[in-house]
Design a binder for this molecule. Sequence first.
Ligand SMILES: [Ca+2]
Ligand SMILES: [Ca+2]
Length: 201
Amino acid sequence: MKEKALALLTCIFIALSILGFAYAQWNDMITISSTLQFGTWSEAIRFVEPKECSDNEATKDVGQFNCYYTGEDPEPGYYRRLVIQMSNAYPSYAVRCSFTLKNIDLGITSKIVDVYIYDDSGELNWIWTTEHTEGFLWKDFNGNGGYDPGEEIMDITITELVDLTLDPEQTIVAEITVHIADNAEECHLYGFQVEIVYERV
Ligand SMILES: [Ca+2]
Ligand SMILES: [Ca+2]
């Protein structure tokens, strides 16, 4: 009787071990597939506070700007996008904004591989003049579907970010400057978004 009970216990123990092993395997598979799924869009680099913005008006206050983060993810205080908006802007009006990026992952180093600047309203289009650091937003005033000289709205410069690596929890401060070009329309609201593309290294 005692031997039978022992044999049964051994069987149960073996069965549990196999189950545990299978569970561990299954768990691994899930981890691997979710890593593959997110690929270069892993949950790592986000915009965080502090950020600081100002315009170049010393005495008069005509142009207005609004700078904020949006796309909160995965928890409060971590954002996917920086938004800059300007209204009543005029040629030579400029806004400078310093912002902070943080690798919010606790264990994985990430490298910045690209920067996206775009206007999700579809009004403005983006062209880099110096890859990753200088470019301009333009508006298709003549409706021919392409850029023509004189269609510039804002000239933008941004700190070189591509190829920077951020260790877990490391932060860096970068700067973006926006100059309104001669052809910007009066009493108009212009805006654009900045997004950082990165991959795990
Ligand atoms: Ca102002
Ligand atoms: Ca055009």
